[in-house]
Design a binder for this molecule. Structure first.
Ligand SMILES: *Cc1c(COP(=O)(O)O)cnc(C)c1O
Length: 392
């Protein structure tokens, strides 16, 4: 049989996460590759999910989502960001942020339309754009003063007559950059002037450090009307397996996304929705605790990586830290990622996997710190072997 997979999906073989996780298992290495927490979400919220199942909350919920969750989402947007969304018509519950992104791109982009993405980009963006038959136009985030940022002129130059949307992700995976107002204003300006839709992935909205503020793109002048704001319970509440996300947007945009979403999954699983509604209303203190914990984990991992000889780029948000491997005498992150199990018994992700311009990401390696303290401590101990010179 000839290759059964449609041509537009062939460039997306196996994700780098699956490959590196397999390598970690085969070599018994500590996996600081894939970004999921190894501890549970708030106990009362987990209990609410169990209760929902026991209480018979097990049939199809309404297509847009359980009303209680849509109301809790609207209250949360108002309370945290001063953004008013109508729970009936401006909020749509999705099967994680992943479905929200795919449904938004499929709903809003015609074949041949162009979508701006900031590289390194989250891997599902490129796949969603390809599924829609659209074309991705990367704008590279480059290191300046210790953080990844973009050149507004490059962003403006990437917009052409076929550009339909900008896919924004802040706090940004995999760089840990949290866009500041100036950067967001540069994006907003392009969107307003060229009449683009912003698809804004904000799944790390609550995971920012050192007092850095997350500013939703929709709060900028003229942006609420053209922004599809995407969130997920997975990262905020450490329940990545629940796959419960949502979008907030003006009614016509929500209706468009729902038109696609209804034929992807119709609706999202019911019990989690009730539990997440509870979480948004009652467990934000827990989320603040998670943020503080993650900041401490970040600092411990960074100290260890610096001792090991990596150049470290301190993230202002997310679960991830980017390292420059050149101070260690390497220049290809893919090669080092493959050898790291043997050299140090640790697995990380070669950042170049998330670029169209692979050479621009060649010397970066991504480590995740959403792991138990003892796991990070052991990884740090092992990574010391790298700088001791014994294995190089
Ligand atoms: C984890 C992640 C997602 C996916 O979220 P789900 O709710 O699990 O689908 C989307 N975007 C980014 C940037 C992520 O890191």
């Amino acid at each position: 049989m000839s290759e059964p997979l449609v041509r537009r999906m062939r460039e997306f073989g196996t994700t780098v996460f699956a490959t590196m996780t397999k390598l970690a298992v085969e070599t018994g290495s500590i996996n600081l590759g894939q970004g999921f927490p190894d501890t549970d979400g708030p106990a009362r919220m987990l209990e609410r999910a169990v209760e929902a199942v026991r209480d018979g909350f097990n049939q199809y919920p309404p297509g847009p989502g359980v009303p209680e969750l849509r109301r809790a989402v609207a209250e949360h947007r108002e309370k945290w960001y001063g953004l008013a969304y109508d729970p009936d018509g401006e909020v749509l519950v999705t099967v994680g942020a992943t479905e929200a992104i795919a449904a938004a791109v499929l709903a809003l982009c015609e074949p041949g339309d162009e979508v701006i993405v900031f590289e390194p980009y989250y891997d599902s963006y490129a796949a969603a754009v390809a599924l829609a038959g659209a074309v991705r136009r990367p704008v590279t985030l480059r290191v300046d003063a210790g953080r990844f940022t973009f050149d507004p002129a490059e962003l403006a130059a990437a917009v052409g007559p076929r550009t339909r949307a900008v896919l924004v992700n802040s706090p940004h995976n995999p760089t840990g950059t949290v866009f500041n107002r100036q950067e967001l204003e540069a994006i907003a300006e392009v969107c307003r002037e060229r009449d683009l839709v912003a698809i804004s992935d904000e799944v790390y909205e609550h995971l920012t450090f050192d007092g850095v503020e997350h500013v939703p793109l929709a709060t900028l002048p003229g942006m609420r009307e053209r922004t599809v704001m995407i969130s997920s319970a997975g990262k905020s509440f450490s329940v990545t397996g629940w796959k419960t996300g949502w979008i907030c947007a003006p009614a016509p945009l929500v209706a468009a996304v729902q038109a696609v979403k209804q034929f992807l999954t119709f609706t999202a699983a019911a019990p989690w929705q009730l539990a997440v509604a509870y979480g948004l209303r009652e467990e934000m203190d827990w989320v603040n605790g998670l943020r503080a914990d993650l900041q401490a984990k970040r600092d411990r991992l960074i100290a260890g990586l610096e001792t090991a000889g990596f150049g470290v780029l301190r993230p202002a948000g997310t679960y991830f830290v980017q390292t420059d491997i050149r101070p260690l005498g390497f220049d290809d992150g893919l090669e080092l990622a493959r050898r790291l199990p043997e050299l140090a018994g640790v697995v990380a992700i070669p950042t170049q996997a998330f670029y169209d311009n692979v050479s621009r990401g060649r010397h970066f390696l991504r480590f995740a710190f959403c792991k138990k303290d003892e796991v990070i401590a052991e990884a740090v101990t092992r990574l010391r072997h790298l700088s001791s010179g014994s294995t190089l």
